[in-house]
Design a protein around this ligand. Structure first.
Ligand code: ZN
Length: 302
């Protein structure tokens, strides 16, 4: 097993680095390991993917990989079913977004995929565009009058809101990436980020072995907790920020994990259990600090 000499985020030494797991989902050659730094709390893939491996993965394998990972009804088989199956994600995010977004303005989403976050915002009057290097859904997104770019090189400090959901963990240089996000914001603009919380309850509270084999993915360079995400944001100048937790997956999803040891989408038992217990369950996880999602709300200084 290759060992890191230092933490790639905080540069603390080898004595602070320990193995989280050698079971990296999608690591066909079994050459990667996830390590954790006890100094800044970040978890990281080592060795990293080479640029060639990474390019190949995103150009050819990503959608199929996600389809295999996400269980049934995930909608990776076409743009319209993808939009439809992610309506719940939009609804969940809208609960906190509505108090954070300006009344109107320009929104840019990195990794906009099928564009499911952007169409409802467009309907509310925002001017929306997206960045998506994977071309699978691009034609569809353009057909919905959302401008889509493959990179940021032609874009200036033009946006009121920049956002990305489950993107940062895929980025090799997260501080540089966030600085590039901030460059695209007008002064006083807002950057909104969601990432997986490494303190996911299926791992921390329930400790489900099958989940542990599934969770640590070759597609992720990093897994952050609230603590390590705060460390990262503190390294960036010219911002103020708030970090909150949210719970994406529901009680039904967790029950299937516990019963079958595999993912099965969401809502399987909600029809019988009702939404009240689902809401209380989500709230209990968030309050405990062991929820599956970390949200960063970052303001660019005026
Ligand atoms: Zn560190």
């Amino acid at each position: 097993m290759a060992l890191p000499n230092q933490c790639p985020l905080c540069s603390s030494g080898r004595e602070n680095q320990s193995v989280i797991t050698p079971h990296v989902y999608g690591d066909k050659q079994s050459i990667h390991t996830f390590f954790k730094c006890s100094k800044c709390d970040v978890i990281y893939l080592f060795p990293q993917l080479t640029p060639e491996q990474e390019h190949k993965f995103y150009a050819q394998e990503f959608e199929g990989f996600m389809n295999a990972r996400s269980g049934e009804n995930a909608g990776w088989d076409g743009p319209e079913s993808h939009v439809k199956s992610n309506q719940g994600q939009f609804d969940r995010r809208w609960k906190y977004l509505q108090s954070m977004l300006p009344e109107q303005g320009k929104i840019l989403e990195f990794g906009c995929s099928s564009g499911f976050m952007l169409y409802p915002l467009q309907e509310k009057g925002y001017e929306c565009s997206g960045i998506e290097p994977s071309g699978v859904f691009s034609e569809y997104v353009r057909s919905k009058n959302v401008e889509i770019f493959e990179s940021t090189s032609a874009l200036g400090a033009d946006f009121d809101v920049v956002m990305h959901y489950f993107v940062l963990e895929h980025v090799k240089e997260p501080a540089l990436f966030l600085e590039e996000n901030l460059r695209l914001l007008k002064p006083g603009g807002t950057l909104i980020i969601e990432i997986p919380n490494a303190d996911d309850p299926l791992y921390t509270i329930y400790d489900i072995p099958a989940f542990e084999r599934f969770y640590w993915s070759i597609a992720h360079h990093w897994y952050f907790t609230k603590e390590s995400f705060e460390y990262l944001l503190n390294s960036i100048s010219g911002i103020s920020f708030e970090i909150i937790l949210d719970q994406r997956y529901d009680l039904s999803n967790h029950m299937v994990w516990a019963r079958d040891g595999k993912p099965a989408g969401m809502g399987k038992f909600s029809g019988k259990l009702g939404t009240e217990i689902e809401n209380q369950y989500r709230k209990a996880l968030i309050d405990s600090g062991y929820a599956d999602t970390v949200i960063g709300i970052i303001k660019k200084n005026n």
